[in-house]
Design a protein around this ligand. Structure first.
Ligand code: SAH
Length: 362
């Protein structure tokens, strides 16, 4: 199994049949499948899954590290600071979940070169489900000898800093709908014309789901797995996750698919589009607290980057590249302005108990 929380057996997929035909065969055999199963197979099927074969970073969506180098650089400096706050352990693990093209980490480690002791103590560990992206990450981080592991549980023991930008939104969600006759789960079946169609089915509903009639709740089982793996670490650990979602309301009906920067039908052409869900930061914070971790934030991305000094970094970049001043300015605005990524994206810190407060999350 690749990465955290892929709970379906994608390894048994038969590559001779198209993903669409295999999904239809699965549904004919077992009945309609939960949205989480659909997401897992469409994203990670080894033969046709979106991330496994044709991840559209830059084509279907643009992330913060791909928007401005300042994003990764500030996170790199943040890592150095948190490492010192941990007592500068040597060796320690720097781990990233879902590193995409490796841009965040490359920018972070370039900025962290102000602290050679940090770089020489670091062992870089990456968790990446997509073989295509793994090879891009290897190229981008060639001087840092990254080691790939399959899941957080496989990260070697020892003090660790853990990062994930736009990773949590990929973790498949189950969707529960409160109907007049009670809770049901959104599933995907086959209609009379042979096409995929959403429907509702009876299901075991987690006790924590609540919503008014007509409302729904998206629940990512992967958040539970993630928190359990973080809480199981025996050495000091500090994790930072950045993603889109709400802090005070459980997301409902937020599963969305994208292709070529446009929203598309998630049931159209399995494996062809990215499928994501809003992250329930309130739930993540609650799970982490219950597991005994310290929780910092969530705070909005704009103020977080402001506290890390993004304005000063922007001025430096403009000084050094005067002919690109307006593009640099525009990119930073994209990251911090409340009507762009600054408010919709949240930042949360989860750490083993007793470490000093994390920078930027107070
Ligand atoms: N962090 C990058 C990329 C975000 S896209 C950036 O900010 O640009 C999501 C990333 O998570 C991709 O690299 C994708 O392949 C990876 N991913 C998604 N689900 C995963 C899983 N279950 N395990 C490991 N990696 C996963």
């Amino acid at each position: 199994m690749a990465g955290v929380a892929i709970d379906e057996d994608i390894g048994s997929a038969n590559g001779e049949m198209s993903l669409e035909r295999r999904l239809k065969a699965l549904i004919s055999e077992t009945g309609p499948i939960p949205v989480s199963t659909w997401m897992t197979l469409c994203l990670h099927d080894p033969h046709e899954g979106y991330y496994a074969t044709d991840p559209g970073l830059g084509r279907d969506f643009i992330t913060a590290p791909e928007t401005s180098q300042a994003f990764g650089e500030l996170i790199g400096l943040w890592c150095v600071e948190e490492w010192r706050a941990m007592g500068a352990p040597d060796p320690f693990i720097l781990c990233e979940l879902g590193p995409g093209r490796g841009t965040l980490m490359a920018d972070a480690l370039r900025a962290a070169s102000v602290a050679p002791d940090f770089l020489s103590a670091m062992q870089l560990v990456l968790i990446e489900a997509s073989p295509t992206l793994q090879s891009k990450q290897t190229d981008a981080l060639v001087g840092h000898r990254p080691v790939f592991v399959e899941s957080l549980e496989d990260v070697p023991a020892g003090p660790a800093l853990i990062l994930g930008n736009e990773f949590l939104d990929c973790l498949p969600a189950r969707q529960f709908v409160q109907t007049e006759s009670g809770w049901q789960e959104r599933v995907i079946g086959i209609d009379e014309t042979g096409g995929f169609v959403f429907g509702l089915a009876a299901a075991d509903i987690p006790a924590e789901a609540h919503a008014a009639p007509g409302q729904e709740v998206d629940l990512q089982p992967g958040l539970d797995t993630l928190v359990a793996a973080l809480a199981a670490r025996q050495s000091p650990m500090c994790a930072l996750f950045i993603d889109y979602g709400e802090t005070d309301a459980a997301p409902g009906d937020t599963v969305r698919a994208y292709r070529d920067n446009a929203q598309v039908d998630p049931l159209s052409r399995p494996g062809w589009c990215d499928i994501t869900v809003d992250v329930d930061f309130g739930r993540l914070a609650r799970l982490a607290g219950e597991a005994g971790l310290d929780v910092a934030g969530p705070v909005m991305q704009g103020p977080f980057l402001g506290a890390l000094g993004i304005q000063a970094r922007m001025h430096q970049l403009i000084q050094a590249n005067r002919d690109q001043a307006s593009a640099i300015h525009r990119a930073i605005a994209q990251l911090v302005e409340p009507d762009k990524m600054g408010a919709r994206f949240k930042v949360i810190g989860l750490s083993s108990p007793g470490l000093p407060p994390m920078t930027g999350l107070g």
